[in-house]
Ligand binder design. Structure first.
Ligand SMILES: [Zn+2]
Length: 411
């Protein structure tokens, strides 16, 4: 069936609605009449209802002028929107529309917020991602920087050691040589001041990281310099001989102290977090509150922890040490005697048997034709042996010192 009228203008349809609703026709009736004349697609019942409502509320304009009127926003409205955004940065466009007295479209409010006022929507997820990336980068460069700084300091200590050796080559009265300041004590102090202070910078923050072994490797090299022991020596020996607590325990101690300090300062912003820490999201995470809390509840004591780990280990000659945190004798000996002493204590030195094992020589035998181990030289060798045994040597009795000085081997 051909329609009486087709493709009408919007205002034409609205004028018809205005006319018919003024004659008190219902929206359904108006819609029926419109479809009859203009066809099914001219306007749906929903829109007819909307226009009926608007005309009943007093509107007489059938054009879209109202919309262009909407976009001419006064300065006061822009200022009002700005104020709303500043008050609540997470405000939505709908909330802004509701908050305004006049009727504005979604589009124009969006235009004001983004074009006129220049606000940009920032996704919370994106910010989170950026922060995580920044934190990861900071962490990585932090650890790398720390290791670099330590290496530099480590070089300095090596130089100090070199200087110590040079100094001792100068002919000195043996008595005077005993009191030379360039001994293990001096090295120990400079290592603590130069290397350990750097290596433990902010330790409670990063102590839970799995990368701490990078730093421990450097610290163990430092301890080897102080004690003069061979590379294959068990690392449990190093802190005992150098009289510096193991790096891990030192970090635990620092964490415990820091945690206690934070708990004791209720004014700090972190304090409420420590009182009721957030839930663990990942198993691998080990934040300061869980470590600190654990250490406090265990009543962590550094010398106790050290003694326990010493007792549970299976280190050769470990019976020499009853309490690892007690300073061992000989730290002020001249370098040669100090190094020799430590190599006998640890059982690792350049004796023929080990030199063969490490691939430096072919003959593992002593001049007395028996495999030459460190204990052979000390206890059994008819040519070199020391009558006092390892315990007297460890306590550096005058006889032991004389024997060390007179020993013609380079071990
Ligand atoms: Zn021998």
């Amino acid at each position: 069936m051909e329609l009486p009228l087709s493709s009408p203008a919007k205002c034409e349809l609205r004028s018809v609605i205005l006319f018919l609703s003024a004659k008190n026709n219902s929206p359904v009736e108006i819609h029926r009449q419109l479809v009859e004349v203009y066809g099914e697609k001219c306007m749906d019942i929903k829109n007819v209802r909307k226009w009926c409502r608007e005309f009943n509320e007093g509107r007489i304009n059938v054009h879209d002028e109202q919309r262009s009127g909407r976009s001419s926003l006064s300065e006061s409205t822009v200022a009002r929107i700005d104020e709303m955004v500043r008050a609540n940065r997470r405000i939505t466009l709908e909330e802004i529309e509701d908050g305004l007295n006049e009727d504005f479209s979604h589009f124009s409010v969006h235009k004001i917020v983004s074009n006129t006022l220049g606000y940009r929507k920032v996704s919370a997820r994106w910010v989170d991602k950026c922060l995580k990336e920044a934190a990861g980068e900071w962490y990585n460069t932090g650890i790398t920087k720390l290791v670099d700084r330590m290496k530099k300091r480590f070089m300095k200590t090596s130089e100090a050691l070199h200087w110590t050796r040079k100094q001792q080559k100068i002919d000195m009265d043996p008595e005077e040589q005993l009191y030379t300041p360039n001994d293990a004590n001096t090295l120990r102090t400079s290592a603590l001041a130069l290397i350990f202070s750097t290596a433990e910078y902010c330790a409670p923050v990063w102590e839970g990281s799995c990368h701490t072994k990078l730093i421990d490797t450097q610290l163990n090299s430092t301890l080897r310099i102080i004690t003069g022991v061979c590379q294959p020596t068990r690392i449990d020996w190093l802190p005992v001989l150098a009289h510096i607590s193991p790096p891990e325990l030192r970090r635990n101690e620092a964490t415990k102290k820091m945690y206690q300090k934070l708990l004791d300062s209720p004014d700090l912003e972190i304090n409420p977090i420590l009182q009721s820490p957030p839930k663990h999201r990942l198993k691998s995470r080990n934040p300061i509150w869980s470590r600190g809390n654990q250490l406090l509840s265990q009543n962590f004591n550094i010398s106790e922890a050290w003694t326990n780990s010493w007792i549970s280990s299976d280190i050769p000659n470990k019976n020499l040490i009853t309490s690892p945190s007690v300073k061992i004798p000989g730290l002020s000996l001249p370098r040669r005697e100090w190094v020799l002493l430590n190599r006998f204590r640890t059982g690792q030195g350049r004796c023929a048997e080990l030199m063969k094992l490490w691939g430096y020589t072919k003959d593992p035998n002593c001049a007395c034709n028996v495999p030459q181990s460190m204990s052979h030289i000390l206890d059994d060798c008819p040519l070199y042996k020391f009558n006092g045994g390892i315990s007297n040597l460890h306590s550096v009795t005058p006889e032991a010192l004389n024997w060390l000085k007179a020993l013609p081997l380079r071990l």
